[in-house]
Design a binder for this molecule. Structure first.
Ligand code: PLP
Length: 405
């Protein structure tokens, strides 16, 4: 007789390599604090508390009323692929056709699908740190070797150190992940920096994931694109998302754009993973791209007011310093002076104490990938997409009073 075993078998070992998006953990701590009756000022999550423009929501309702509710092509509905090819290609000065587009359930899935398509186990992949945590999580999870690169702090904000990136390249380096208009630092490249990066990519024969999530969340100037440089289109996969530009974070709509043979493989992964992206949501995305752009401009204007309030509030606090970012919706001040004033040498303990003393909730550098050897600065990330101007002012005034008490 077989003795029954009551303990179920263990979970897969590979799960030990899977990371997470730590901003959600900060969010949980803030929610728990609020549940105890405390006021919270939410600077932690890159979500948007502004509504999706109504014509986009109406397009989805119309699609449902017209019974456009079945499965559709795994790469996306034809008109959306065509519209994405035109829109994304035009901004970058490259010619894309629908065959270069695979619609996704948000921008995030492009990260794992890019790595699945180009990275073998043991391959090294360069990625930014501080940077979006899913890069590191997915490289580790899929058996690659995650090689972080950092930034140089300058009075105009963070800059890439292209020579330092090059020093990390080995014969096993297969790809680089590049997030211009960066989360969390709001770092962005000027033309010279992009030229230098393009040169490096070509000389070392790398694949590129261009995470352009914030490329169009811009208050002044123009975004420089790696893919606009000669020879880069053949080796770049662009992550496009509707989340930020159109305040559609919860709709889950994005796309991968790139060389046809890569897009075909990513589409095959779509077939395996989710069959297709929700069809009504895709019709909404088509309305977003081809309809009135005034609401998107209004969103940007609202975000700009918030940026100005956040920068002003943070810079008024003793021991906090930041440049004014021209893109994305994050401010990434150096906070070691403020920490010292309150007697902290650990930025995470400082953030927790700030939440409990003031209700101001924010992420720290440690929520955005492993630190680089020798890294000494103490940084915090304040997202201003989910909090209005009055609360930004109020929250940061409280933070100032606490830090300077
Ligand atoms: N890339 C970066 C740098 C991000 O900050 C985010 C979201 O915050 C994403 C990609 C993914 O966004 P989504 O999946 O909503 O398109």
């Amino acid at each position: 007789m077989v003795t029954p075993i009551h303990t179920p078998p263990p979970l897969a070992q590979r799960l030990s390599q899977l990371g997470t998006e730590n901003a959600f953990a900060v969010s949980a701590a803030a929610t728990a604090w609020a549940a105890q009756g405390n006021r919270v000022y939410p600077f932690h999550l890159g979500d948007i508390n502004l509504p999706t423009p109504p014509h986009i929501a109406e397009a989805m309702a119309r699609a449902i009323a017209d019974s456009k509710t079945g499965y559709c092509a795994p790469a996306g509905i034809a008109p959306l692929r065509a519209a994405l090819a035109d829109d994304v290609g035009a901004l970058r000065g490259v010619r894309f056709g629908p065959e270069h587009v695979a619609v996704q359930t948000g921008g995030k899935p492009v990260i794992t699908k890019f790595l699945q398509a180009v990275m073998n186990p043991g391959d090294e992949v360069l990625y930014p740190s501080p940077g979006f945590p899913i890069y590191e999580s997915q490289i580790d999870y899929l058996g690659g070797v995650a090689v972080p690169y950092g930034f140089l702090e300058t009075p105009r904000g963070m800059r890439l150190d292209v020579a330092a990136i090059e020093a990390k390249i080995t014969p096993r380096t297969r790809a680089i992940i590049y997030n211009n208009c960066e989360n969390p630092t709001a770092a962005e490249s000027d033309a010279r920096e992009v030229d230098a990066l393009a040169d490096l990519v070509l000389r070392h024969n790398l694949w590129v994931l261009a995470d352009d999530a914030y490329a169009e969340v811009r208050y002044s100037g123009n975004t420089e694109f790696l893919i606009s440089r000669p020879g880069l289109k053949e080796r770049t996969i662009t992550l496009y998302t509707f989340s930020k530009k159109y305040a559609m974070t919860g709709w889950r709509l994005g796309a991968a754009l790139g060389p046809q043979r890569v897009i075909e493989r990513i589409t095959q992964i779509n077939v395996n993973d989710e069959s297709c992206t929700s069809q009504p949501v895709q019709w909404a995305g088509l309305a977003a791209l081809t309809g009135d752009q005034a609401p998107a401009r209004h969103l940007l204007a609202a975000l700009r007011e918030r940026r100005d309030a956040a920068v002003q509030g943070l810079c008024s606090i003793e021991g906090m310093n930041t440049a004014t970012p021209a893109s994305a919706f994050y401010v990434f001040p150096e906070v070691s002076g403020a920490m010292r004033k309150r007697g902290f040498d650990n930025v995470n303990a400082f953030a927790t104490a700030a939440l409990h003393a003031t209700g101001v909730s924010f992420c720290t550098r440690d929520h955005f990938n492993r630190r680089l050897p020798g890294e000494t600065g103490q940084f915090a990330r304040f997202a201003y997409s989910g909090i209005g101007v009055a609360d930004i002012r109020d929250g940061l005034a409280r933070l100032k009073a606490w830090v300077e008490a």
